[in-house]
Design a protein around this ligand. Structure first.
Ligand SMILES: Cc1cc2nc3c(=O)[nH]c(=O)nc-3n(C[C@H](O)[C@H](O)[C@H](O)COP(=O)(O)OP(=O)(O)OC[C@H]3O[C@@H](n4cnc5c(N)ncnc54)[C@H](O)[C@@H]3O)c2cc1C
Length: 402
């Protein structure tokens, strides 16, 4: 039976390689003139191809966590890694952050190795071909209609067309729309791993400042998640790994507050720093832990005179400043959206897909893999892991289906 894979991203290329190696007649069609646009730009051009470790808590879905876990673990991380190192011959290295990169630090090595494997397996790649419609044939199978009116026939079709993030890479939501047109539901989508915006202009003056911070996500004053890492001020708001990692709570749920422990310190740490007395000023003391500009802004926010000596600081002022330094609610009023989001949350519900084969339960013969499904990973290689594992699963399922 013939297969058309829509999308030559991470998931689609993996699907095509695995299926073609098993003897399937596979064609991958891709909107863009070049395949793998997102792999190329990933990890700042270095491609964080995998994480060093994985658990179910590294992914989010509105669907069954049990099903998601079974899918993620169905191709064990060590085997995925062996595929890249031994099969594609891309030497990998672990970084202390828990991320895995090619030793070459070149994302194009990953794209080229995938394309070479696709060619060798007999798979065909057709670029500059955007599919607009999937029609079910009365006789079984599918007819795909491209934007220039060409018609492509196949027995099985794979939607590996990504989500909505970074639309200039070719993933503009067309695949989601085609799935819905065929009868699928959709978990509302939202940008994830995305910088956050603030309309309080004085924060934007800190653009370029970075520091370590602990960020707690609170709903109704209860902590629902937290992370510690680098935070970066931008000219429009907040970014850096710790912000990206928590951003989906803001874009998806909206009813949350991000509380920051500046310098990673809690209220007791800051109380003891400020309570040590002596001739040092409040400003010079806070500047020992935070950058000059950030320290000035936070002291001002707490309405404390920066030149006052610690020995003269009143208890109520000390408590007020310690509170601002350790439990500060970030003034966030949105995100940069899909234009810069690394991944799309939401998508085709897990419940509408067979967990064993990732074949649609709505349209037999249609398979889905990668970011189009309602699963989004944390920062650190988890989104590629999801794309590789689901692509591999679909490739195997296609081969088994004959
Ligand atoms: C800037 C950036 C950096 C990132 N860095 C990392 C990282 O280091 N590590 C990590 O794990 N994740 C990273 N990600 C996330 C990761 O790139 C994605 O989760 C992953 O690429 C999703 O793979 P996919 O194959 O499902 O979708 P995509 O990579 O989006 O591929 C879908 C493909 O389908 C094509 N397509 C779409 N619609 C059609 C159509 N109608 N007809 C034909 N073709 C179509 C698109 O052009 C695209 O090539 C990053 C994302 C971004 C935006």
């Amino acid at each position: 039976m013939s297969v058309i894979v829509i999308g030559a991203g991470a998931a689609g290329l993996m699907t095509a390689i695995v299926a073609a190696r098993c003897g399937k007649a596979v064609t991958v069609v891709e909107t863009r003139p070049e395949p793998g646009a997102k792999i190329r730009v990933s990890g700042g051009g270095r491609c964080n191809v995998l994480p060093s470790r994985v658990s179910v808590d590294d992914f989010h879905t509105k669907g069954s966590r049990h099903v998601m876990r079974n899918i993620v673990m169905s191709w064990p991380l060590a085997k995925v890694r062996a595929f890249f190192e031994d099969d594609l011959r891309i030497p990998l290295k672990d970084e202390p952050s828990g991320k895995v990169f090619p030793v070459s630090d070149r994302s194009r090595d990953v794209v080229e190795a995938l394309l070479a494997a696709l060619r060798k397996s007999g798979g065909v790649l057709r670029t500059s071909c955007r599919i607009e419609r999937i029609e079910r044939r009365d006789t079984g199978g599918f007819q795909l209609v491209s934007s220039d009116g060409r018609k492509l026939e196949c027995d099985q079709v794979v939607l590996a067309s990504g989500g909505l993030s970074l639309p200039k890479s070719g993933s503009d939501g067309a695949g989601l729309n085609m799935a819905v047109a065929l009868g699928h539901g959709m978990v509302p989508t939202y940008p994830a791993l995305v910088p956050l915006l603030s309309n309080e202009r004085r924060w934007n003056t800190l653009s370029g400042v970075s520091l370590c911070a602990r960020v707690k996500v609170e709903r109704d004053r209860r902590t629902i998640d937290e992370a510690e890492g680098e935070m970066l001020f931008t000219h429009r708001g907040f970014s850096g790994p710790v912000i990206l990692d928590m951003s989906h709570y803001v874009t998806r749920d909206r009813d949350v507050a991000l509380r920051v422990h500046w310098g990673g310190c809690d209220v007791d740490d800051w109380s003891s720093v400020l309570g040590q007395g002596g001739r040092a000023t409040v400003a010079s003391t806070v500047r020992r832990h935070l950058s000059r500009r950030l320290a000035a802004l936070l002291i001002d926010h707490a309405a404390i005179e920066p030149t006052i000596r610690l020995s003269e600081l009143r208890l109520t002022d000390r408590e007020q400043l310690a509170d601002v330094l350790s439990r500060f609610v970030l003034p966030v009023n949105g995100s940069e959206g899909y234009a810069t989001a690394e991944v799309t949350g939401g998508g085709i519900p897990l419940a509408e897909i067979s967990p064993q084969t990732l074949e649609s339960r709505v349209v037999p013969g249609l398979y889905l893999c990668g970011e189009i499904i309602d699963v989004a990973g944390r920062l650190g290689g988890y989104n590629f892991l999801w794309a590789w594992v689901t692509g591999h699963k679909v490739g195997r399922a296609l081969a088994a289906a004959g």
